[in-house]
Design a protein around this ligand. Structure first.
Ligand code: NAD
Length: 250
C-alpha cells in the first residue's frame, strides 16, 4: 500500500482498537513502531508488530503527561535515531449530560483528547523540524462537528472539534518545515469502545443511519491514517479526512 521502510512512527493509544490496527498496518508496510498506551495490552501489540516484521519499542505513555511524552520521543531517537510519524490516537469517551457533568469530568476529557494531542505534538516537533520532515495524524471524531450524535457527549464533542481546529492552524505553522498535520474523522467504528458508552439500540440506530449500513472496521481507519502518514501525502495538510460510511451526509 505505502512504503514506510526506514520510517519510525509513534502511535498513542495503540493498546487496542484503531491505534492497534494502525500500529500493525504501519509495521506491515515496513515501519518501525513505537507502541504507546496506558494499558498493559500495549505489550502484546508490540509483539504483534514484530511478528509483522517491524521493529517495535513499547512504552507506557499517558498523553496528559507532557514530560512523559518528551521521554518517549527521547527514547525513540536514542533507539532508532529518527522520528517520522506521530499518530495522536489516544482518546476517552465517557458520557454525561450537562447536568450530570462535573468540571473534573469535563477537564479530564479535554486533557486526554485535546491537550494530549498538543503534548505529543510538542514533544515530536524538535526532531521533525530538524529533519525537515514529519507526518502528524490526529484522530478526531464525527461527533466533533459533523453530527450531534447524542446529548451526553458535549465534552467529547468539544475536545474532538478542538482537534480539527488545532490541526488546521498548526498545519500552517508546520508546512514550511516539511511537516504535515492532518486529522481523520471516524464515524462509528467497531472497536468495542462504542458499546461501552452506547446501548445496543443506539448503535443499531446509528448503523441504520449510516448509508453503507454498518460500523467501520478499525483497519479501515488505519488505512486512512497510513495514507496521511505516508510520503506521497506531502501535499495534503490541515485536512480532515472523514471516514464514516456516510453517516455525516444524512
Ligand atoms: P479504544 O478505547 O480501543 O482506544 C483508545 C486508546 O486510548 C485505549 O487503548 C486507551 O487505553 C488509550 N488511552 C486512554 N486514555 C489515555 C491516556 N491518557 N494516555 C494514553 N492513552 C490513553 O477506542 P478506539 O475506538 O480505538 O478509539 C481510538 C480513537 O478514535 C479515540 O481518539 C476515539 O475518540 C476515536 N474515535 C473512535 C470512534 C469509534 O466509534 N470507535 C469514533 C470516532 C472517534
Amino acid at each position: 500500500m505505502f512504503d514506510f521502510d526506514d520510517r519510525v512512527a509513534i502511535v498513542t493509544g495503540a493498546g487496542g482498537g484503531i491505534g492497534e490496527a494502525t500500529a500493525l498496518l504501519l509495521a506491515e508496510q515496513g515501519a518501525t513502531v513505537v507502541v504507546t498506551d496506558v494499558i498493559p495490552e500495549r505489550e502484546a501489540v508490540g509483539e504483534a508488530v514484530e511478528e509483522r516484521g517491524g521493529d517495535a519499542l513499547v512504552r507506557e505513555l499517558d498523553v496528559t503527561d507532557a514530560g512523559a511524552a518528551a521521554g518517549v520521543v527521547e527514547d525513540t531517537l536514542e533507539t532508532f535515531g529518527r522520528l517520522d510519524v506521530l499518530v495522536n490516537n489516544a482518546g476517552i469517551f465517557p458520557t454525561a449530560t450537562l447536568e450530570e457533568m462535573t468540571a473534573e469530568e469535563w477537564q479530564r476529557v479535554i486533557d486526554v483528547n485535546l491537550t494530549g494531542v498538543f503534548n505529543c505534538t510538542k514533544a515530536a516537533l524538535p526532531a521533525m523540524r530538524e529533519a525537515g520532515y514529519g507526518r502528524i495524524v490526529n484522530v478526531s471524531s464525527a461527533a466533533g462537528g459533523h453530527v450531534g450524535w447524542s446529548g451526553d457527549l458535549s465534552h467529547y464533542a468539544a475536545s474532538k472539534g478542538g482537534v480539527v481546529g488545532f490541526t488546521r492552524s498548526a498545519a500552517i505553522d508546520l508546512g514550511p518545515d516539511g511537516i504535515t498535520m492532518n486529522a481523520v474523522v471516524p464515524g462509528m467504528v467497531d472497536t468495542g469502545a462504542a458499546e461501552e458508552v452506547a446501548d445496543e439500540e443506539a448503535i443499531e440506530a446509528a448503523v441504520a443511519a449510516t448509508p453503507v449500513g454498518r460500523q467501520g472496521d478499525p483497519e479501515e481507519l488505519a488505512a486512512a491514517i497510513a495514507y496521511l502518514a505516508s510520503e506521497p501525502a506531502a501535499f495534503v495538510t490541515g485536512a480532515s479526512l472523514v471516514v464514516d460510511g456516510g453517516i455525516t451526509l444524512v
